[in-house]
Design a protein around this ligand. Sequence first.
Ligand code: S3P
Length: 172
Amino acid sequence: MIFLIGYMASGKSTLGRSLADRMNREFIDLDDRVVERCGLTIPEIFTQHGEDYFRGIEQEVLFALAGTENVVVATGGGTPCHPGNLDWMKKHGTTVYLKWEAEELYRRLIHDNTERPLLSGIPDHQRLDFVRKHLQAREAFYHQADVVLQGESGSAEDTVNQLVIAIQSITR
Ligand code: S3P
């Protein structure tokens, strides 16, 4: 299994789909699994049940992937930061961190209409500062990935090629 990890809006699902196509693997979006499992959207899960409940289900659907082969998994931004998840992913596959600067992530987040419960309560003028601090705290986890892919402005195809080479060089 290949696990894509990284902050919200780092492109895990988009790159994950392209990578899966390129490597002839199935693509799995962990957030989608949580939504299917609960029959609620992510914001609904957070408002109706709270973050701890979400993290519990997220871990359940992650651990349920045990034994699955040939898949590319896009995780949620907080998945590797919850106790046990990163170790589990590293034990069961290859982890790839899609690394972007806080300013770039912030730019993407303001143009993205996806509802993100962790950001919805933060006033606009505090968001950049929040993303900077939150990213810094999370990087302690993200940086433990087997591969760190530095976000660049190159084409999506170049990024996928670069990633395939990096993954093959450590899995051979
Ligand atoms: C979260 C990121 C979201 C989703 C949930 C919590 C986080 O996924 O799992 O809203 O803790 O960063 P994306 O990274 O796909 O936005």
